[in-house]
Design a protein around this ligand. Structure first.
Ligand code: PXP
Length: 242
């Protein structure tokens, strides 16, 4: 199939289960390797400032072990720029982060944070890392990404996933328009957050979306049918849509 979107599997919540008991298992690196065998095109992991799931050592091991690109999600802080520059993943996705949140809520305000973000985007790029900004599907944020020199944006699909009916269709339209604008502006467009077998189709169908990053649903579903089968089914759902 030509032009099919890549599937990035996020392994954060394998580490969540491990950390719940302070054991060495289940190992997110083992999960990442299995996901790659099952057809994942890349692996995503988020090193949060509070290290609640993925830890520094996990990132180092992922970088060493993976046969596929590693997408390192992180907050835009000096500490994280330093860690990522040392690990040198294929890509970094800059996300907003608040300690009290359950997951990444809302996109990065690239337009409002320009002065702080610029030097960090440049530092990561200078380390040879492809920088992506996790933003709301909002033209203002896309233009800010261009101004900051980020080559990639990831559109936040969380709101689309939570809504239903007409409101969901309206949000999908916002995502479609943003993906089209990204292409016009020369940005590579990714999308993710909250995607499941049931809602992935319309997002995977958007022709200018090059990559979807999916985690929580896949790790949950793996309990029932195994990670390999879960990744294969998600891949198939994406392929049916394109
Ligand atoms: N993309 C980004 C930037 C994220 O922060 C997350 C959540 O860590 C995801 C994708 C994946 O979201 P989910 O775990 O809901 O599939």
């Amino acid at each position: 199939m030509t032009n099919r979107p890549r599937l990035g599997v996020n392994v954060d919540h394998v580490a969540t289960v491990r950390n719940a008991r302070g054991t060495a298992y289940p190992d997110p690196v083992r999960a990442a390797l299995l996901a790659c065998e099952a057809g994942a095109d890349g692996i995503t992991a988020h090193l949060r400032e509070d290290r609640r799931h993925i830890r520094d050592e996990d990132m180092r091991r992922l970088k060493e072990a993976l046969p596929a690109p590693l997408n390192f999600e992180m907050a835009q802080t000096d500490e994280m720029v330093e860690v990522a520059s040392a690990i040198r993943p294929h890509a970094v996705c800059l996300v907003p982060e608040r300690r009290e949140e359950l997951t990444t809520e809302g996109g990065l305000d690239a337009a409002g944070l320009g002065a702080a973000l610029g030097p960090r985007v440049q530092a990561l790029a200078a380390a040879g890392i492809r920088v992506s900004l996790f933003i709301e599907p909002d033209p203002k944020q896309l233009h800010a990404a261009v101004a900051l020199g980020a080559p990639v944006v990831e559109l936040h699909t969380g709101r689309y996933c939570e809504l239903a009916g007409e409101a969901q269709q309206a949000e999908l339209e916002r995502i479609r328009s943003a993906a089209a604008l990204a292409d016009e502006l020369g940005l590579e467009c990714h999308a993710g957050h909250g995607l499941t077998y049931d809602n992935v189709g319309p997002v995977a169908a958007i022709p200018t979306v090059a990559e979807l990053n999916i985690g929580h649903f896949l790790v949950g579903e793996a309990i029932f049918v195994g990670l390999v089968e879960t990744v294969r089914r998600m891949r198939a759902a994406m392929d049916r849509a394109r």
